[in-house]
Design a binder for this molecule. Structure first.
Ligand code: NAD
Length: 327
């Protein structure tokens, strides 16, 4: 079996390529960046998904299945054009070429941001919750889903949509420089993030809470409700993606893919502080804040998905990485 993995240089794509190669599959990667891998049974195309020639090159020689895991992620206003080009036009091109190349199954990495996650009609968020993206990134994923559903309806290619939970490598949790956890759990990276977004009011509130040294941040909404969301380990996402690739009952379906329980931020921050020795600064931010729970029951019942990496287990790995870095 030859599998095309897009986003092969990314967090999830890299893990998926590694697992497939270890199983003996033949894999082609497709990403803006080269992985630098030089292995038997691995080849790669370096380029953008919206480039028809690169998509044709990626599909050349017979591809049985596509795992479309690559995407551009940004929440900055100036990145809107790039988001649509990479995630909407890129997905359109790739899916069209896949249909022409008689690919049997196309798995698409969507996102929980296709739902109004922070203002849902009901909780937990299940797959038939109305789709109403509230960010440009979420909108590009929703449009990507529509493109994938279109090809699922109009061609013989089987399609599977996975609405990804927020996903991290465990070691990123305590890395102040990491893309997601840096600003989520460390005060100064969050200040820089909010300044970068142009959220002057939020940045000022955060700056006022700076104790003059590095610190963790516990974000709460304007009524003092701490943020709550799912954080899923890349290793669990990998397991779900492989089920979506192979399970007969995945065809034509959309699944939420992520950890079973949302993370309780106050206790997580407490545990983080025990490891790092940093103070935790609590900040109440304007607005409703982040607070949701998404059900993974459908993928557990239909495909037998069972996440293994609870937030406590992730934190153990994060602690080891932190100690190594600060030793
Ligand atoms: P990542 O940023 O680590 O990897 C994405 C990869 O896509 C990168 O290597 C990047 O170079 C590549 N890429 C971006 N634009 C491209 C383009 N135009 N052409 C070719 N390659 C391009 O992200 P990840 O965490 O591995 O996420 C994997 C997938 O899961 C993505 O589709 C993402 O949107 C989705 N997702 C991720 C999260 C999360 O929290 N990590 C949450 C929901 C959904």
């Amino acid at each position: 079996m030859t599998i095309l993995v897009t986003g092969s240089a990314g967090r999830v794509g890299w893990a998926v390529v590694s697992a497939l190669l270890a199983e003996g599959a033949t894999v082609r990667g497709f990403d803006l960046r080269s992985t630098g891998r030089q292995e038997e049974r691995y080849s790669e195309v370096v380029g953008t998904f919206d480039d028809a020639g690169k998509c044709a090159q990626a599909m050349a020689g017979g591809i049985d299945a596509v795992l479309h895991l690559g995407a551009f992620m940004s929440w900055k206003a100036e990145d809107r054009d790039r988001l649509f080009v990479a995630n909407v036009d890129g997905t359109r091109r790739l899916a069209e070429v896949a249909v022409s190349a008689s690919v049997e199954r196309f798995v698409f990495a969507s996102s929980g941001e296709v739902y109004p996650e922070n203002a849902p009609d009901s909780l937990p968020v299940v797959e038939d919750h109305p789709l109403r993206a509230n960010s440009t990134y979420g909108l590009t994923k929703l449009l990507g889903e529509e493109i994938v559903r279109f090809h699922g309806r109009t061609s013989a290619m089987e399609t599977v949509i996975l609405r990804f939970s927020h996903t991290q490598d465990a070691t990123e949790l305590l890395d102040p420089d990491s893309f997601f956890s840096g600003p989520r759990f460390f005060l100064r990276p969050r200040i820089r993030q909010q300044e970068g977004f142009g959220n002057d009011k939020v940045a000022a509130i955060l700056r006022a809470a700076d104790p003059g040294r590095d610190a963790h941040v516990l974000a709460r909404n304007e009524n003092g409700r701490p943020f709550r969301m799912h954080i899923t380990d890349t290793r669990d996402m990998l397991a779900g993606i492989l089920l979506a690739l192979r399970h007969p009952d995945a065809a034509g379906q959309s699944f939420n893919l992520g950890a079973t329980e949302p993370v309780d931020f106050p206790s997580l921050l407490q545990e983080m502080a025990k490891i790092t020795g940093l103070p935790v600064v609590t900040v109440d931010l304007p607005g409703a804040g982040v607070w949701y729970e998404t059900s993974n029951e459908k993928i557990r019942k239909t495909l037998g998905f069972e996440p293994q990496w609870t937030i406590n287990r992730m934190l153990e790995d994060a602690a080891t990485a932190w100690r190594k870095k600060t030793a």
